[in-house]
Design a protein around this ligand. Structure first.
Ligand SMILES: [Zn+2]
Length: 320
């Protein structure tokens, strides 16, 4: 009786050993790990990519690349027939928009060599064009045979294509003053780029070039805006004399201000649209043209002013 019990025990022990050996042999002979065995159910997936990715991958290749390893762990404990995605829902796919790049400016390069000792000054008009004051300003400039620079706003460019072409045809320059006169210093890069890009496109459509010059609305800049302008081959243009025409200054005050604060190489800020005071600007313009010409100033566009400054800096470096 005791022998029989011992025999049965030995048999059970022997069969247990055989089963254990067989399991061990199976799992080591094919050389696959537990995880890989689970993954082998999806032989079409690229290495490192789990089946849980297939439902959310948008096919763009931007999604989850490189994140496959953590998902592999999920498979190990998955009961057969149950999708891993149910156990471990994927976070919503994040779409990262590629940054909007601006076109390089196509405005013709200005090479302006001013006569020795010339006193240059640039007149600038912001926020237009419009159909009333901008043509009046152009009439004055034409009569005096001088050129100025108009920093135009996209929403106005769209409406006054004819005035845009007149500015170009009469030799004045056009710059980008944003699409909707936004404070660019408060915006992130894509909104900044859009404000510039939309206006570029409208200007290009009306007059056939992408301007090099950008003036920030309110003169409000940020390190980001400066970087964007620089990275895209543009020039950020400020001013040296603010006529404060926008604030309703009288013609006499503005005239005195310009005469007091204008120096060679200066840029004078005025407006051709955007406030009820623009008629004062139209009245001021012939007066300051006369005053500054009497002081020996020559009126140039902003690009001519920059070119003249570049020439003069080049000459200085050569000497020094
Ligand atoms: Zn403005």
């Amino acid at each position: 009786m005791r022998q029989l019990r011992e025999l049965r025990h030995r048999r059970r022990l022997a069969s247990l050993i055989v089963v254990t050996l067989m399991i061990g042999l199976l799992s080591t002979s094919c050389g696959l790990s537990k995880d890989e065995l689970a993954g082998a159910a999806h032989p079409s997936l690229p290495p490192g990519q789990s089946n849980s990715d297939t439902g959310t991958n948008d096919g763009s290749g931007k999604g989850n690349s490189g994140s496959g390893s953590h998902a592999d762990d999920n498979h190990a404990g998955s009961p057969p027939g149950q999708t891993v995605a149910l156990l471990h829902p994927q976070p919503p796919a994040i779409t990262i928009e590629p940054p909007v790049m601006l076109d390089q400016p196509t405005e013709q390069n200005t090479d302006f060599l001013s006569p020795q000792g010339a006193k240059l000054v640039a007149l600038t008009f912001d926020d237009g064009p419009d159909g009333h004051h901008t043509p009046a300003i152009l009439d004055i400039l034409k009569a005096k045979k001088i050129h100025a620079t108009f920093f135009t706003v996209g929403t106005q460019v769209k409406r006054y294509g004819k005035v845009m072409r007149r500015i170009r045809d009469e030799g004045s320059e056009i710059g980008n003053h944003s699409y909707a006169h936004k404070d660019l210093s408060k915006l992130d890069s894509n909104p900044i780029l859009n404000q510039i890009k939309w206006t570029d496109e409208l200007i290009n459509k009306q007059i056939g070039y992408v301007p090099r010059l950008v003036r920030a609305p309110y003169g409000a800049t940020s390190p980001l805006l400066k970087q964007i302008v620089k990275d895209n081959g543009r020039e950020l243009i400020g001013w040296t004399v603010d006529t404060r025409d926008w604030a309703g200054s009288s013609v006499a005050e503005m005239r005195a201000n310009v005469n007091k604060n204008t120096h060679p190489g200066g840029i004078i800020l005025m407006h051709s649209f955007g406030s009820k005071h623009v008629s004062n600007t139209v009245e001021l313009l012939p007066l300051i043209i006369k005053d500054l010409q009497n002081k020996g100033y020559t009126f140039v566009t902003v690009s001519e002013l920059l070119a003249a400054k570049a020439h003069s800096n080049h000459a200085k470096t050569k000497q020094g």
